[in-house]
Design a protein around this ligand. Structure first.
Ligand SMILES: Cc1cc2nc3c(=O)[nH]c(=O)nc-3n(C[C@H](O)[C@H](O)[C@H](O)COP(=O)(O)O)c2cc1C
Length: 405
């Protein structure tokens, strides 16, 4: 594992001790008022000692009026600053960088738990039986767009002050930034829609605002979709263009993923050629490499040490992102580096009821329940019932619906 264990220096001088990164994992361990809890902090105490070079937190919301899931942490002011400082301090004394991912869900927000569901355009999600859970969003007014851009900057500045060592813009998976980028969800006719240049304005302005607030040396990264995998959506060619634009602006690292709630390519992979190489979006990195010399992180599907090492050796990507493996094997980098573990075997929890399993919520909920166990000092439970995960998700939505703040 010569390559996997080698350090890497980002353009701004930050050094990652090795090439293994935990990609963002929405922990939903916040309180009903969306504050960090001791369980969340304990989870990171364990993870930051796993030997990974980089930990990226689950998405932290920039606006309490619009959250992705009950239990998300919201940072829009300094009311929870002490808890944030304790969370950031979990990386102290380790070799791990701890970055936060910041996000706004846009239209991918349950109607019952949110006070304000907004998006670039008033286009509702199409998710079969699930569609009714998502309200039709209100198209953002220009002043609301400008307010949201400021919020990303404000959230990043607070998190930096709390002690987190970098920040990531969530630009993937069909959330607000990704909605602006996609011509399927952004049909605006003003300067925020239409041409790719206009659709990319939102993310570029967010990047510039964060940079202004955190300074030149602070690492800023983005997680971006290689494509939306939807007809009429954000294409691979457009994604490569956005990578080029962000590189020219001075972003420090680009993480590659793909898909949306409607087409969840980030979590599954069906192509035989990809199965052998494990990583879902490997071919894309080769194209991105042509337009940027920035460190590229690839997330989705990696499970085997030798395959990860080989991927780095080939030079199309620099950092291996993993999410579900960190949940079932919370200490795996240490175990991999010492030769005790070569392959991460994962469970795909299923209820057996196709319409429910296809929603993806069962898998997410199942993994989120495992996160709670780790935060409580327990081990993951491979035999955890998918039905109990589903009922926990439902319960938390109902609780939040009654206590919207
Ligand atoms: C429980 C759970 C929560 C997730 N939360 C986030 C998130 O907050 N932000 C994000 O960008 N991706 C999130 N993801 C997606 C992962 O970061 C990753 O892209 C995906 O799981 C594929 O990587 P893997 O095959 O290594 O799991 C989440 C995945 C899981 C399983």
């Amino acid at each position: 594992m010569k390559y996997l264990q080698s350090p890497i220096t980002l353009p701004n001088g930050t050094q990652l001790a090795n090439r293994i990164a935990k990609s963002a994992t929405s922990e939903v361990l916040g309180t009903i008022k969306n504050e960090p809890t001791p369980t969340l902090i304990h989870l990171y105490e364990r993870w930051c000692r796993s030997g990974a070079g980089l930990m990226i937190t689950g998405n932290v919301m920039v606006d309490s009026k619009a959250i992705g899931e009950p239990g998300n942490v919201v940072v829009e002011d300094k009311s929870n600053f002490e808890q944030l400082k304790t969370w950031a301090a979990t990386a102290k004394g380790t070799n791990t960088e701890l970055w936060t991912q910041i996000n706004h869900p846009g239209r991918q927000a349950f109607g019952v738990i949110n006070r304000k569901v907004v998006a670039p355009s008033a286009i509702p999600l199409k998710m079969g039986a699930m569609s009714s859970f998502f309200a039709t969003p209100k198209a953002l007014e220009e002043d609301e767009i400008l307010d949201l851009i400021e919020r990303y900057g404000n959230t990043a500045a607070i998190l930096k002050e709390a002690g987190f060592t970098g920040v990531q813009i969530h630009g993937a998976h069909g959330y607000l930034v990704s909605q602006f980028l996609s011509p399927k969800t952004n049909i605006r006719t003003d300067k925020w829609g239409g041409s790719l240049e206009n659709r990319a304005r939102f993310v570029l302005e967010i990047y510039r605002t964060i940079r202004d607030r955190v300074g030149a040396d602070y690492p800023i990264s983005i997680k971006i979709n290689s494509a939306d995998f939807q007809r009429g959506g954000f294409t691979e060619e457009e994604s490569i263009q956005v990578v080029k634009l962000l590189s020219e602006e001075g972003i420090d690292m680009i993480e590659i993923s793909g898909g949306t709630y409607e087409a969840p390519a980030m979590m599954v992979n069906k192509k035989q050629s990809t199965i052998e190489r494990e990583a879902y979006f490997l071919e894309y990195t080769k194209k991105a490499r042509q337009v940027t010399s920035l460190p590229l992180m690839l997330t989705g599907g990696f499970r085997t040490a030798s395959i990860m090492d080989q991927a780095i050796a080939e030079g199309h990507l620099d950092i291996i992102g993993l999410a579900r493996p960190f949940i079932l094997y919370p200490n795996f980098p240490n175990e991999m580096f010492s030769g005790q573990l070569e392959k991460l075997e994962l469970t795909v929890p299923k209820t057996g009821i196709k319409s429910i399993d296809n929603m993806g919520m069962v898998e997410l909920g199942w993994y989120e329940q495992q996160l709670k166990r780790i935060g409580q000092g327990k081990s993951p439970n491979m035999k955890l019932s998918p039905f109990s995960a589903l009922s926990a998700v439902t319960r938390s939505i109902v609780q939040k619906a009654f206590r919207k703040n």
